[in-house]
Design a protein around this ligand. Structure first.
Ligand code: FAD
Length: 470
């Protein structure tokens, strides 16, 4: 009887334990992607980007004589329908670790079992599964460095090869047409603006990994902090988020370089483990995606009003703080933001502007093509102080001195800011082409004065912390 291979954030054929196991089982394999509530709820950019990934995966599967069956509905209903239609006796998938996915998958698993269907889940989305990493006293890690030290020397198995053949069923069940899902409907700027910044699918992701490991990885330690260096980092986050490449593939490529004496590769491995840490926290402390990770932060006097002028200025990249505005515009146009920028804009929103981290987290979830439920939540809570950071309250980034440090020659801000410049960069102008008309802002406007300047904002945040007894 056929096996249903339920694909979610594992949109690749290489290093795919569930796919390999299905192929080895000797039965026909029916790959399926379900447009369920979790897909419906995706923000505009990640949903559009997922559509690109599915289109590529359809092609990759076809090249193997297989197909991708697309269905819409609740996961359980769709799987049950497919089981009835195809006579499948089992469903395989790759495990996910964010709370919404766990809840769905647990329900699906028990419903399938109750009907006598085999449900098998596999690793692959992370290298160090959250339940397999524990502290010496048997707990989970709440701080990054000890987790890094504990996994650093572990043996990570080599990536699995792509199956030579994917056994096909005699007849394929019906599939929706991907176009009918209109994955880009909410993303007007997708095809015209963001598309050139994407790198879609497993083959291109692997090329990207190799290009990074053949050169830039050598200067990664210093360059990864410079937002104007577009090739200073791997830019693999959009691929990792959808599973177009596996963390194991990235780890071994980096490890290979380290073994050849490229010492900066160690820092790259460490960053990959930050992603693992994010899933570790999402698994062990699911509230990280929705509530203050540190519960005593519930008393913090954050603004939660999305219509507040501070929030609007921040989203529009019109705070008058160059580093913040450049980074917000970079995200709007490219669908990603440099990590330094993410830390600066998150710190400015939650500390200088005293706005709730959830407002920022949700805006990122709407704009990022590399949106990841665990890394985004961790990044926001780390930046706001409510999350897993040993020294949060005095870490108030100064967005002006940060610019002197990381964008000394102002290349980053001159790429992204147009106002008051005689010859704005194409990227800076692209931003104004991309934004909704109703924002009513133009490249010819005067650049705003800071809505909260660097020094005042720091004091506002520190006062709020000390008033609350942090
Ligand atoms: P590289 O520097 O090449 O690093 C390699 C990989 O390691 C990345 O692709 C990523 O998978 C992982 N990684 C690196 N840094 C981190 C980190 N701090 N946390 C978790 N994983 C990391 N990353 C996302 O993938 N999706 C998000 O939605 C996301 N939201 C963030 C929100 C905030 C407020 C902050 C501060 C960080 C967020 N990050 C997020 C983490 C980080 O900014 C990006 O992973 C990184 O900028 C991606 O660029 P890169 O692929 O070139 O990374």
């Amino acid at each position: 009887t056929p096996i249903l291979l339920w694909l979610r954030r594992d949109l690749r054929l290489v290093d795919h334990p569930a796919l390999v196991a299905a192929c080895e089982a000797g039965a026909p394999v029916i790959p399926v992607f379900i447009h369920d509530q979790q897909v419906s709820q995706l923000g505009a950019a990640p949903k559009w980007r997922l559509g690109l990934s599915l289109a590529q995966l359809e092609q990759d599967l076809r090249a193997k004589g297989s197909q991708l069956i697309l269905r819409r509905g609740t996961a359980q209903q769709v799987l049950e329908d497919l089981i009835a239609e195809t006579g499948a006796g089992s469903v395989y998938w790759s495990r996910l670790y964010d709370p919404a996915a766990i809840e769905r998958d647990t329900q699906v698993k028990s419903a399938l079992k109750a009907r006598g269907i085999t449900a098998r889940s596999f690793g692959g989305h992370v290298m160090f599964e959250p339940m397999s990493v524990e502290t010496k006293t048997g707990g989970f890690y709440k701080v990054f460095t000890p987790m890094w030290k504990s996994v650093r020397t572990r043996d990570v198995p080599q990536p699995l090869a792509e199956p030579a053949k994917i056994p096909a069923p005699e007849a394929w069940p019906a599939s929706d047409a991907l176009d009918s899902w209109a994955m880009g409907a909410a993303m007007q700027r997708g095809a015209d603006v963001v598309l050139p910044y994407t790198t879609v699918g497993q083959a291109k992701a692997l090329e990207r990994l190799h290009a990074f490991c053949d050169g830039p990885i050598g200067g990664y330690t210093a360059n990864r902090d410079l937002p104007w260096k577009r090739h200073g980092t791997s830019r693999l986050s959009e691929n990792l988020a959808l599973g177009e490449i596996s963390p194991t593939q990235c780890w071994h490529a980096g490890k290979g370089k380290l073994d050849q004496g490229v010492s900066d590769a160690e820092v790259f491995l460490k960053e990959l483990v930050w992603r693992e840490f994010a899933y570790h926290l999402a698994f062990h402390t699911p509230r990280i995606v929705s509530d203050n990770w540190k519960e005593d932060w519930d008393a913090f006097p954050w603004n939660t009003d999305e219509t507040d002028a501070r929030v609007i200025a921040w989203k529009q990249g019109r705070t008058g703080i160059q580093f913040v505005d450049a980074a917000m515009r970079e995200m709007y146009v490219t669908g990603t933001m440099h990590n330094r920028g993410r830390m600066i804009v998150a710190s400015y929103l939650t500390k200088h502007l005293m706005c709730h981290w959830k407002i920022g987290m949700n805006w990122f979830a709407d704009c990022l093509i590399d949106w990841d439920p665990a890394s985004n939540a961790m990044g926001w809570q780390w930046s706001s102080g409510s999350g897993p950071d040993a020294t949060p309250y005095f870490r108030v980034f100064n967005p002006v001195t940060q610019l002197d440090k990381f964008d000394k020659h102002r290349s980053y801000v001159s790429t992204w800011l147009a106002e008051g410049r005689s010859n704005p960069a194409p990227e800076a102008l692209a931003y104004f082409e991309a934004i909704p008309k109703k924002w009513s802002i133009a490249a010819t406007d005067t650049y705003p004065q800071p809505i909260v300047n660097a020094a005042d904002g720091r004091q506002i945040a520190l006062d709020a912390y000390s008033n609350r007894g942090f």
